[in-house]
Structures are given as structure tokens and as C-alpha cells.
Design a binder for this molecule. Structure first.
Ligand code: IVH
Length: 698
């Protein structure tokens, strides 16, 4: 069963047989990975946090009932997602893992948490335990490293062990202290949440829209997108904020309690959330939860719950952590935010793959501080299931990240003027018939690339950041070129230079921008196989799957041979299913895509324009494979970036900090204190000559 086809089954695990459980766990693993990648890797979640939590909870209950069937790649042991291969940032190995939090939803979950903690510590009934309750900020976590009070490095969480090196970007963020006040320890890693105020988010989106650029779904995505900019000065202009709330590596302990630690952070110059409170028992915690919950809509930033942390550090230390979350903390999540409004119309949008999605147009309403005027209705069954009519009063819900949804119709508010919505059996854009294969919830336009909507969306995807990433070719230009008939397929983009004079006559283009555009297009004639596959926009094939396919086929020629419309597609489908993480439905979509003769021709034409580079697989047997290397000082022969790329291409890892995990320290000129630390730890220290001898040995 593939992730997409997966329906959360509410069957009681006790009544299930092992084969079914195994099958469902596999589907859940794929489903959770997929959503992890959308959320953490691409900053564009497609389901609500509440829905995600439901899927995770189902996985947990199956695993609890069948512990011997827990998968080696179980999502319950993972934090966030690995950094995608296409990341434009270097990697930083966290000196201490950056953990996530377990979630609680009910009062009972919190009572259980407190009981668990007290039991683990075997505390006497008359010994109280204090907890700190803090708002759970809906942003992205960041680790900031300070040496002698001086900011040196910033990393995102990544998979918890290794994050992206966003130092250059963080350097531009005014709200992050660059030089700490007071007497911080020599080494101090401060962790916290980077976020964007709602007001700045709305202002940014207006500016993005005017400039024809991507608008962000919510403040969290806006913060993540703003931090991960190629051009760090853009990050600096985005007014990003940071609340500090936890510690990574420190050269010496700072305080005995979390409460005092928060005060110390504030003294060092960090913003610490003022709603945080010290609590003595469950009642205190729940009262704080409700207090913070009442203020939620009026806060200038998004929060999605309250985090409770054991106050005493010695207790925290004794409690330790599980694979992905500490035992000494829990997040008490808020239910999704809801509001009432009226459906004024229902429109149908056509997506890249021809899927028709009904969208409810709403009388604008504020939900949790964000003005909402559209809600997705998912598909025609959903409209029927919920009995939605045009003109209905409805409850809508905005669960943090995703497009708002209609929860239910307020039947009693009906006045008889409401109208039934009839789902179109012709595409509202190109008028081609729509089809809905048996067993599928989605109705699709059959127009393919003849449908302007599919062509538009497909090409927008094709040139987007993670695909061909053609600078100067955004959604606006694509729409313009399509409407002028200059671009009908992706290959046409590579003939736009024939139209340079015509483009020059268009509004918004000058000589300089045309030259730039032509250069950007020319550069992209050379592209990596995994980006190429991702850019094709095959249904269900995101970046992770594109990479799997690139690794599997090795070259575009091999892929086009195996999947050509005259090949044995059943055999091809079977081969695909054998690739780890590719399920039957995904394999079907892939073979159906290449099996379409028109599309196959379009792809072949495109391939003829390009040089497609095979995916380089890291060398497994190099002298540094599996080794962790730290560079210090100035390298005279290569840049840091190049040295890092070289290590990674040889299967090694580069870290910014010397720790017991380091295998080699490479010392350039003007090196600092790392050599002493490495010497103390007995780590092999090499100068550039020694390093070059090492990587060239076999
Ligand atoms: S403590 C080991 N405190 O929530 C402790 N996390 O769902 C790790 N978050 O990864 C985190 N506000 O990005 C902590 N006051 C807060 C938080 C907070 C937001 C985020 C953080 C974490 C995620 C887990």
C-alpha cells in the first residue's frame, strides 16, 4: 500500500493479524516520512498538525501492541528529517542532539506525564516536583553556538544529529545576539525557536504577491523560507525573531534549574518568553495551559501549545531521553483554531496533475489572527460527506500550517436559499472531460498538457527552486510566455533565446534581465538526474522519490529505456516496487506517466536539450568514509566549501566542532583553540599536506 492510498484504519490493533499490522506499519512509515519531508524539508506541509499527530498516534498504538513488528526505520525513533541532498547549505553535526518533544492532548496525558516523571525519579509523595510551562512557539528550532561570548555558528535541527549550516544567514538577523553580555561559559550552545510575527508575515506576503513571488502559507513557513535564503541579506530584511529556551553543548554548567537558566539567557541578551511560568503540580500546569490558551489569539506570534519541562537540571539529567524526545518534557498541544463564516461560492482549481480541487470561497474571517477567505474542500466526496451547499454557514478550522478546512455545516442556520454544488464533468479551464477512476477520490481533467492549467502548473513546478531553479523565470513569466504561445512544453524553454527580441518588447524586461534570463536558462542545460526527475512533476514523486529513482537507474538513458511506452510496463512496475520505499501506487503513477506516448515524446524532446548528470553516490571505500572531519584555520589550497564537498563525496562527514566523535582535525594556517582540544582527546591532527596524503591514499 502506498502512502497516498493509505487510510488510517481505526481497527483495534488487538483484533488484527500480524500481516495486516506489518502492512499498516509500512504504510504509516511511508506516510509519516512523506509528511516529514513536506514539513521539514520543503516547508510546505499538506496536512494539518492535528492530522499528522493522529497518524503518529496510530503508529504508536500499533507499535505498542506489536513491539516485535517495530520497523528498523520506524518514524517513532526519528526527529525531523534528514537534510535533503539538494540543500544549498553545508552540514553541521550537532555536538548534542537536537531533540523533539512528545505530545500530550488531554489533561489525562499531562497527569500521566507528571506521574511518569515522579515514578522514574522515585520521589516520595511529600516531595514536590516543579515544572516550567512555556508557550510552544510555532517556528523552527535553531542552535546558536557562542565561543567566549561571540556568535560563531548557527544550525537548523535537520534530523536532530546533523543540521544545516545557516551561520551566514543568522549573522544578518538583528534579533540574534552576536556578542553575549555578562559571563557566559567559554562554549555555549543556545537553542530556541526562530519565528516571524504575524504582522510581519502578512506584510511580507503582500510584498511577495506584488513582486509575483511565492507567498507563504503561514508565519512558520515564512520564517523557515526567510532563514534558508541563498542571499543572506534577504534573511536580514525579514525581521525574524528568536526565543531562547534550551541548551546544547556548554563548557561548564550554568544553573541548577531551568527557571534560573532562562533568567541567565535573558542576562546574556536573549529574548526569553515572558509568559513562561514556574508550576508546582498538575493543576498549576493545566491552569497555565488555559491562561496561555486564552491569550493565544492576541499574541503577535503563533503558538501551538504549551511545553512543560522538569525544572531541576539534575532531575532532567537522570530522566535522560528516548530516541527522539526527552523524558523530562512534553508538549501540551492546543486544539485547532476554529471560526464561523459563510461559503459564498465554490470554485474548482486544476492542479499540475489535472486533479480538480474544490475550494470554498468564504466571507473573510479572522482565525487565530490570520484572515481566512478560502478553505479547501478536498474532493467531491468530501462535499457530499459534509453535506456542504453554497451559501451555508460553516465552522472552519485552521490547524497551524495548512490551508483552512471546513469542519461542519451549521444546518440550523440554513434559510432554504442554499444551493447544491454540482461537480463539473468537464474541466473548468480547458473543457476536456473529467474522469474519476474507480477507487480514487480525485477527479481529473483528461486534457494533459493541452490544458492551460496543467501546463501552467507543470511548468511552474518545472522551473521552481527545487527543480530547474531558473532565476528570472517565475510563475508570472511562465503564465505570460504560455499565453503568448511561446512555450507549450518544457523543451520550449530552451528555445526562448529565439524569442529574445520579442521578450524585450514585453513590460518588465530590459536588456540586462533578458541577458540574465538567457544565461540562467543556458546554465540549466546541465542538470543532475534527481532534480531532472523531480522537475517532471510525476504524481507522488517528490524529491526523496526522485533521488531513489536517480540512484536506481543511474542515468536518464537507463530510465527512459526501462520505462518507455513499448517496454513491458508490468515488469517495470514490479522493478520499481522492489526499490525500498516505493509502493505499488507510486510505481503505478510512475509507469503511467512514462507509458503515456505523448508525455514520453515531450520528455525525450526535453532530454535532447540537456546534459543530465548521473547522481554521484558517495564512495564507500575511501580512506575517510564514515569518518568525521573538522577543519580549522585557513585552508590554503581549497575553499572550505570545496573541502567539505570533497569529504562528503568520499563518504565522510564534516563537523564544525571537535568532540569525541571527531576522527581527524585538519589544521590550516592561523588555527585557533581546536587543535589543543583535539590533542587532549587524542584525535589525529593533520596539516594540509598530511590531509592531502590521506585522501589520496587507498
Ligand atoms: S524544548 C529537548 N521549548 O517544538 C527540548 N521546544 O515539537 C527540545 N518548540 O523541536 C525542545 N517552543 O522546535 C522547546 N518552549 C519550547 C518550544 C519548543 C517551540 C519547538 C521546538 C521543538 C518542537 C517539538
Amino acid at each position: 500500500m502506498a502512502a497516498r492510498d493509505f487510510i488510517i484504519r481505526k481497527i483495534d490493533p488487538k483484533t488484527m493479524n500480524e500481516d495486516d499490522v506489518r502492512c499498516e506499519l509500512a504504510a504509516l512509515a511511508a506516510e509519516i516520512s512523506h509528511h516529514d519531508d513536506l514539513y521539514h524539508g520543503q516547508d510546505t506541509p499538506k496536512i494539518s498538525d492535528a492530522k499528522y499527530d493522529q497518524i503518529v498516534a496510530r503508529n504508536r498504538s500499533l507499535e505498542a501492541a506489536f513491539p516485535h513488528l517495530v520497523r528498523a526505520d520506524t518514524p517513532s525513533q526519528r526527529v525531523g528529517t534528514a537534510i535533503p541532498s539538494y540543500s544549498m547549505f553545508g552540514k553541521i553535526c550537532h555536538a548534542r542532539p537536537m531533540l523533539s518533544l512528545s505530545n500530550g492532548f488531554s489533561d489525562e496525558d499531562i497527569e500521566d506525564f507528571v506521574t511518569r516523571v515522579r515514578k522514574f525519579l522515585s520521589l516520595d509523595v511529600n516531595v514536590s516536583t516543579q515544572f516550567i510551562a512555556e508557550p510552544k512557539i510555532d517556528g523552527l528550532s535553531l542552535s546558536l553556538r557562542y565561543i567566549d561570548g561571540q556568535f560563531v555558528e548557527a544550525a537548523t535541527r535537520g534530523d536532530g544529529n546533523e543540521g544545516e549550516d545557516v551561520t551566514k544567514n543568522a549573522m544578518q538577523i538583528a534579533s540574534l545576539p552576536k556578542q553575549l553580555r555578562g559571563q557566559p561559559p567559554a562554549i555555549l550552545e543556545v537553542r530556541g525557536e526562530m519565528y516571524m510575527n504575524r504582522h510581519d508575515f502578512l506584510t511580507l506576503n503582500i510584498a511577495q504577491e506584488i513582486a509575483g513571488k511565492k507567498v507563504f502559507a503561514n508565519p512558520r513557513n515564512a520564517a523557515a523560507g526567510s532563514l534558508r535564503q541563498k542571499d543572506a541579506t534577504i534573511t536580514g530584511q525579514r525581521n525574524l525573531q528568536f526565543f531562547a529556551y534550551s541548551v546544547g553543548e556548554t563548557s561548564e554548567p550554568i544553573t541548577n534549574t531551568h527557571w534560573d537558566f532562562l533568567a541567565a539567557l535573558s542576562d546574556y541578551g536573549f529574548s526569553v518568553n515572558e509568559l513562561s511560568k514556574r508550576c508546582n503540580n498538575v493543576d498549576d500546569l493545566l491552569a497555565t495551559y488555559h491562561e496561555i490558551g486564552h491569550q493565544r489569539a492576541d499574541l503577535p506570534y503563533d503558538i501551538d501549545g504549551v511545553v512543560y519541562k522538569v525544572d531541576r537540571h539534575d532531575y532532567q539529567q537522570r530522566l535522560g531521553h528516548l530516541a527522539r524526545a526527552p523524558r523530562w518534557a512534553i508538549a501540551h498541544k492546543f486544539p485547532a483554531e476554529q471560526a464561523e463564516t459563510t461559503i459564498t461560492a465554490i470554485d474548482v482549481q486544476v492542479g499540475r496533475t489535472g486533479a480538480l480541487t474544490p475550494v470554498a470561497r468564504l466571507a473573510p474571517v479572522l482565525v487565530g489572527g490570520v484572515m481566512v477567505s478560502n478553505a479547501t474542500l478536498h474532493n467531491e466526496d468530501e462535499i457530499n460527506r459534509k453535506g456542504i451547499k453554497i451559501g451555508d454557514r460553516v465552522v472552519i478550522q485552521r490547524a497551524g500550517d495548512v490551508i483552512p478546512q471546513v469542519v461542519r455545516v451549521l444546518i440550523n442556520a440554513r434559510n432554504g436559499k442554499e444551493q447544491i454544488f454540482k461537480f463539473p464533468n468537464h474541466c473548468p479551464v480547458c473543457d476536456a472531460p473529467t474522469t474519476r477512476p474507480e477507487g480514487e477520490a480525485v477527479r481529473r481533467c483528461s486534457g494533459g498538457l493541452n490544458c492551460a492549467a496543467q501546463l501552467n502548473e507543470g511548468l511552474k513546478h518545472f522551473v521552481s527552486r527545487d527543480a530547474f531553479d531558473i532565476e528570472g523565470l517565475g510563475p508570472r513569466q511562465i503564465e505570460q510566455f504560455i499565453s503568448l504561445g511561446w512555450v507549450k512544453t518544457p523543451a520550449d524553454l530552451f528555445h526562448l533565446n529565439d524569442k529574445a527580441a520579442d521578450i524585450a518588447a514585453l513590460d518588465g524586461f530590459g536588456d540586462l534581465s533578458i541577458n540574465k534570463l538567457m544565461t540562467a536558462i543556458a546554465i540549466r542545460r546541465e542538470i543532475g538526474l534527481e532534480r531532472f526527475i523531480y522537475a517532471l512533476g510525476i504524481r507522488q514523486v517528490g524529491q526523496a522519490t526522485a533521488r531513489l529513482l536517480a540512484l536506481h537507474f543511474g542515468s536518464v538513458e537507463a530510465m527512459l529505456t526501462a520505462l518507455n511506452p513499448n517496454a513491458d510496463l508490468n515488469a517495470a512496475r514490479q522493478n520499481l516496487v522492489e526499490i525500498h520505499q516505493i509502493g505499488a501506487a507510486m510505481a503505478n503513477d510512475i509507469t503511467a506517466f512514462f507509458g503515456n506516448t505523448d508525455l514520453y515524446q515531450i520528455i525525450t524532446n526535453l532530454v535532447n536539450e540537456l546534459t543530465i548528470l548521473p547522481l554521484e553516490s558517495p564512495t564507500e571505500n575511501s580512506p575517510i568514509s564514515g569518518k568525521t572531519i573538522v577543519f580549522t584555520g585557513t585552508l590554503t589550497r581549497t575553499s572550505r566549501a570545496e573541502a567539505k564537498a570533497k569529504v562528503e563525496s568520499m563518504g565522510g562527514k564534516v563537523s564544525g566542532t571537535v568532540s569525541a566523535k571527531t576522527d581527524f582535525l585538519i589544521v590550516g594556517t592561523d588555527a585557533g583553540s581546536k587543535a589543543q582540544k583535539a590533542a587532549n582527546l587524542g584525535i589525529t591532527i593533520l596539516d594540509e599536506d598530511g590531509y592531502s596524503a590521506l585522501i589520496n591514499s587507498d
